[in-house]
Design a protein around this ligand. Structure first.
Ligand code: ATP
Ligand code: MG
Ligand code: MG
Length: 373
């Protein structure tokens, strides 16, 4: 069987590896952590830094196709790998997604709205703006252009003085984004193989807790026309990027049902874990299909579903697991653990999905199950 390669061995790499192996491929994982979630399922574990040249060369020479689970993979490494094997997403697409400034520029280029923002690069970037000009973006969020996730690298600022101070303290390129009043947050996940072949999963409604995804509710409780609009926007963005692979698009829904693109991720997404138990094809099977140039699988939703993230916070102080007994007794719930050795606050340890007749019923039961942990 053909060997597939992935850069990154976290939970997304683990779920990719399981999907690929189930579909008959062998898998090589490039990941420096010897005890990573993906390593235990990999056929070959290249235990080396992500940027290690010899390991990247081995990945390119031994794999029929290479992907990433990790949005901060070195875009140049992806570009270099493409001389050796099929690489998706491309280094160029990964580069767009890992920098909020280029990300927002591409969203605009695709004709889609973002929150009003200022791109800030260099120590003097704010010097040219009067307090009045800055006020158009306030209250706002200063987000580092690179390397932020789970709400890290973000500072909420109310006044021009706060914005100037926070930018000085962060000391790196940022975007200052106007704080919008959100009715809801939703996401759409696209699988794109070529100009002619793409598919989009049903829209997920996402609730966050402390900047981290808490639950995804599917189908999103919005008008069907709004869901279709979001899906069409996500597909249009993937087209504009010439994207190959799985692309997640996060949206804000405003009070008047305007859809604003928040950000994209060049990989399967936490808000797509519901597809593992509720769709004809799941997002990791789609990643395998796209990287191999196969047709995307059908994205039909088979049941309403709610996904609940399990963070290290629900583990005991001594590292002991929560009591899963009530969850395990629910015939319509499925627990999924990522095999991480150490639970830390805010660390994604697993999730569970609850399948029910309606999104509301699934949400109610999911909440009750979470409360037992
Ligand atoms: P992720 O883990 O999804 O990659 P991130 O650290 O990249 O997160 P964002 O998605 O930019 O961060 O923001 C995290 C959350 O903060 C959003 O899901 C939303 O709830 C809130 N948020 C971000 N930007 C805005 C905004 N302009 N207006 C209102 N709320 C916002
Ligand atoms: Mg992000
Ligand atoms: Mg986000």
């Amino acid at each position: 069987p053909a060997m597939l390669g992935i850069i990154g061995g976290g939970q997304l790499g683990r779920m990719f590896t399981v999907a690929a192996k189930t579909m008959g491929y062998r898998v090589t994982v490039l990941e420096p952590d010897p005890l990573s979630p993906a390593a235990e399922f990999a056929d070959v574990h290249l235990c080396a830094p992500y940027g290690d040249e010899a390991a990247l060369k081995a990945l390119g020479e031994t794999c029929a196709a290479v992907t990433t689970e990790f949005e901060n993979v070195d875009a140049n490494a992806m570009r270099a790998l493409s001389a050796l094997t099929r690489v998706s997403p491309s280094g160029d697409c990964v580069a767009v997604a890992q920098d909020r400034i280029s990300e927002k520029a591409w969203i605009a280029k695709a004709g889609l709205p973002t929150a009003p923002y200022l791109a800030l690069e260099g120590a003097d970037a704010l010097a040219g703006f009067s307090d009045e000009a800055l006020s158009a973006y306030l209250p706002g969020i200063l987000k580092t252009a690179r390397l932020g996730y789970d709400g890290k690298g973000q500072v909420r600022v109310k006044t021009p003085a706060e914005a100037r101070d926070a930018y000085g303290e962060l000391g790196v390129a940022c975007v200052l984004e106007k704080m919008l009043e959100l009715k809801l947050e939703v996401s759409a996940i696209v699988t794109r193989v070529s100009d002619a072949q793409s598919a989009v999963f049903p829209l997920a409604e996402n609730r966050h807790e402390g900047g981290i995804l808490d639950v995804s509710i599917v189908p999103a409780r919005v008008a069907p026309a709004l869901a279709e609009r979001a899906q069409a926007m996500a597909l249009a963005l993937a087209d504009a990027l010439g994207y190959v692979g799985v692309l997640a698009v996060e949206f804000f829904v405003l009070a008047d049902d305007t859809l604003v693109v928040n950000e994209i991720a060049p990989r399967p997404h936490n808000s797509g874990h519901y597809t593992l138990t509720a769709c004809v094809t799941d997002q990791f099977q789609q990643q395998v299909r796209a990287m191999c140039g196969l047709l995307p699988g059908k994205t039909t939703l088979l049941t309403s579903v709610v996904m609940v993230n399990l963070l290290g916070d629900v583990w005991q102080d001594d590292g002991g697991e929560p009591d899963w007994s009530v969850l395990m007794e629910a015939p319509n719930a499925q627990l999924h653990l990522y095999g991480k050795r150490e639970a830390r606050k805010g660390r994604k340890m697993g999730h569970f999905n609850v399948m029910a007749d309606s999104a509301d019923a699934a949400l109610e039961q999911a909440q009750a199950l979470k409360d037992t942990l």
